[in-house]
Design a protein around this ligand. Structure first.
Ligand SMILES: NC(=O)c1ccc[n+]([C@@H]2O[C@H](COP(=O)([O-])OP(=O)(O)OC[C@H]3O[C@@H](n4cnc5c(N)ncnc54)[C@H](O)[C@@H]3O)[C@@H](O)[C@H]2O)c1
Ligand SMILES: N[C@H](C(=O)O)[C@H](O)COP(=O)(O)O
Length: 335
């Protein structure tokens, strides 16, 4: 298989040092190349006290070098030298360009998938980045590519004992109930079920769903979304053959015994799903985009500006993101 493409992320965050560290300690990691600025990567290596990597810098992903001791870099230069912990919108175009070029490399078959290092959305918004995050941006970049299954994007965070998918992603809390239509819940259920089969090799996936209201609405006494929208959508999914249970109280769906009843659970809004997974698996969960024609994963954490450049950032989640993207690409190659 071709290597993975790793996009640089915000150069003021911890992404550069994660790439530098994992390259230096790459034994056991899947092959990957970097999409970004090689000088920034050298500076990150130096800050960690690591030897400067030997680079093969290219502007065409078809020209990746084959020497395992050389770090391939698809060149996306920064506009200005980074200052760890101090993001600057002047580098936003390079941050966005790295995501575009990594995605283009995967679409063209030069990479088996994309692993994105973290971006700060607020910084990119100042540069007119019109997307809530990578998830929607990469879906946009791949929207014209053939995809025979239900098309995402759906955000999933996947850890060793929990996979949680989101029915709404970066939606302001006040807008969540109106965003939860039957059609949306049905789409998300299909995308999650197909991804569990295709990308995770689970032949007969079992899916759980969180209620929106306390106690999943208590039979309509404290909210009717479960009765009017969520459970009818779930019934439609069951009629299609999916093993998906009616919405249950979200507060009781994440303990050990509850997690044993499903392969993935659909949470209805960002923090409902991300609080439990980041509590259980902050160090080793992976953010994965479901329903895309290309494989895309990311560490579960953000830019870590408060610790950037200090050598404190743990690389476990980035390593897990590389491993998961590689495994998904293998699954797709076998299909
Ligand atoms: N995949 C992504 O691109 C992604 C994911 C989440 C958040 N973000 C962005 O990151 C920015 C900061 O978000 P935040 O502060 O909520 O979350 P964060 O994950 O950056 O930081 C939360 C806390 O965890 C610590 N931390 C994060 N990663 C770590 C690591 N690898 N090792 C050790 N400690 C680590 C940080 O130092 C901080 O104290 C936001 O702009 C957000 O949009 C991006
Ligand atoms: N919601 C994610 C999280 O909190 O971990 C994160 O913001 C990443 O979003 P994108 O992968 O869409 O950039």
């Amino acid at each position: 298989m071709k290597p993975l493409a790793v996009s640089m992320g915000d150069p003021a965050g911890i992404g550069l040092e994660l790439a530098a560290r994992v390259w230096a300690e790459r034994q056991g990691a899947p092959p990957f190349f970097f999409v970004g600025d090689p000088d920034a990567l050298s500076r990150a290596s130096a800050r960690l006290g690591l030897a400067a990597p030997k680079f093969h810098v290219i502007s065409d992903p078809a020209k990746l070098g084959a020497d395992a001791g050389t770090f391939n870099v698809l060149h996306v230069p920064l506009a200005m030298e980074e200052t760890p912990g101090e993001p600057d919108p002047v580098n936003a175009d390079a941050t966005i360009g790295a995501i575009e070029q990594a995605t283009a490399a995967a679409r063209a078959g030069h990479a088996c998938g994309v692993v994105t290092l973290p971006i700060a959305k607020s910084v990119l918004h100042t540069a007119d980045f019109g997307f809530p995050g990578h998830t929607e941006f990469i879906a946009h970049l791949t929207k014209d590519d053939a995809w025979p299954q239900a098309r995402g994007p759906v955000m999933m965070l996947a850890g060793p004992t929990l996979k949680v998918a989101l029915a709404t992603i970066h939606t302001p809390l006040a807008q969540v109930p109106a965003s939860l239509t039957r059609a949306r819940v049905i789409d998300v259920g299909r995308i999650v079920g197909e991804a569990l089969r295709r990308d995770f090799g689970i032949v007969a996936p079992r899916i759980g769903v969180c209620g929106l209201n306390p106690h999943a609405g208590e039979d309509g006494h404290i909210g009717r979304e479960e009765i009017d929208i969520i459970n009818p959508a779930i019934a439609s999914l069951r009629a299609e053959g999916w093993a998906i249970a009616d919405a249950k109280s979200a507060d009781a769906l994440f303990h050990d015994a509850a997690r044993a009843t499903y392969d993935a659970v659909i949470a209805l809004y960002h923090d409902q799903g991300l609080i439990p997974i980041k509590t259980l698996h902050f160090w080793d969960a992976v953010n994965v985009t479901l329903g895309l024609p290309i494989v895309r994963t990311s560490p579960d954490h953000g830019t870590g500006f408060d610790i950037a450049g200090q050598g404190k950032a743990r690389a476990d989640s980035f390593r897990a993101a590389l491993a998961m993207a590689w495994s998904m690409a293998e699954q797709r190659a076998r299909a």
